[in-house]
Design a binder for this molecule. Sequence first.
Ligand code: GLP
Length: 255
Amino acid sequence: MKIVIYDNAEQVAEQAANIICQTIKNKPKTVLGLATGRTPLKTYQHLIEKNKQGSVDFSQVSTFNLDEYLGVKPCSENGYRFYMDEHLFKHININLENTAVPCSDLDKINQTCLEYEQQIKLCGGIDLQLLGLGSNGHVGFNEPSSSFASRTRVVALAASTLSDNSELLTGEPQTFDKAISMGIATILDSKEIVIIALGKAKAQAVASAIEGALSASCPASCLQMHANVTWLLDQEASSLLTQKRYYQLSQKLLA
Ligand code: GLP
């Protein structure tokens, strides 16, 4: 794993956007895996800027989002389709038909999960997956105890997730206690993964995921098994890592 520590969140976002743009330049038909939450917002702003300046073209890009609250309507402002439209898709030259957010209709939900996996495969798999990190170590909505072999499925959300996400939701947070999420095995199938963690609230999860044991108790520790992962951290998120000097030296070797 590459572990890169920046002075602040702005630099992290710039670097995440640069990696995404470079991937698209190398392969215009890139398949991106996308995340929601507070963490990638600045990265999306940079992507919008770069698209406006003409330095990245999304016209042939396809995207798959990691997750969606169960039963939420696509037009609901609590939903991740709304989030993606507002914070990225509306502002770039992407073909909306090539953007997928798991459909969380309760009818045929198991079928929907299977089809999401199939859709990803049909597109040739995810080239670059962008991840955020839950304060409890979740990736997507794969909460602690999620199997490393899990695939897209319906999941229950941990109490800590409900409380972390409550400020982003209008209405009773308890209504948003289930979701559909790509599984850990789905995420690990991506060719490349970039994970962003910002702020003190993520420091413990970052330390467990990078320096702790491989464990379902910290779902993000699964990334230790992937051959092409980059962690982009700010100072606060990296504050509990014990081997920072080593990560910096390794970075210099790669530069
Ligand atoms: C959310 C999402 C994740 C996200 C994470 C961190 O619940 N399901 O995809 O990465 O939790 O959220 P935030 O960036 O708001 O801290």
